[in-house]
Ligand binder design. Sequence first.
Ligand SMILES: [Zn+2]
Length: 203
Amino acid sequence: MPKMRRKNLLALLFAAFFGLSFASSSALVRIVFDGDTVQLQTGEKVRYLGIDTPEMGDVPEFMAEEARQLNRRMVAGKRVRLEFDRESEDRHGRKLAYVFLENGDMVNILLLQKGLAHILAPGPDLKYFSLFLENQRKAMKEGVGIWSREDARDPVFGNTRSFIFHRPECDRGKETSKRNRKFFSNRISAFWEAYHPCRICKP
Ligand SMILES: [Zn+2]
């Protein structure tokens, strides 16, 4: 029955349109705080999803200023498209998003490519995870940005559920059950597998 089919098609288009409009939105960036956090014209804050850039803090971490500068050049005063994943907000009420420039490039990936961010994922279940890992590994091989420095050779261990890695003596790390521990000979090997450092023991 053609009539029925047309109705189904309309319903499908309707669903696709609204599905898309919920999944992404366009916005103007007003302030760039650091490599991975901005404020929109609307006042809302956005934290780039799936990555972490060096912290500015009182004493900026290695490459923090470079990450902020690059982010500023890419998005300050510009219109961007925000795309969301399963988790669209963090516990501070910031939007968690993949941020796209007008030319279609994703800022999260550009930061990884320059070695100015590393992956921050609670396990490899984010939609762009493989693409992120591919780009991070490329930057690691090239030794750009945060990967340009001689790195510590001390062993660390990761939690296979949280994807956080710790120093062997970290109390938080010791809470990891034995079967969820993964040992790495150094930090770089942990980063290579998309693990990110513990904020307490700072391995
Ligand atoms: Zn730790």
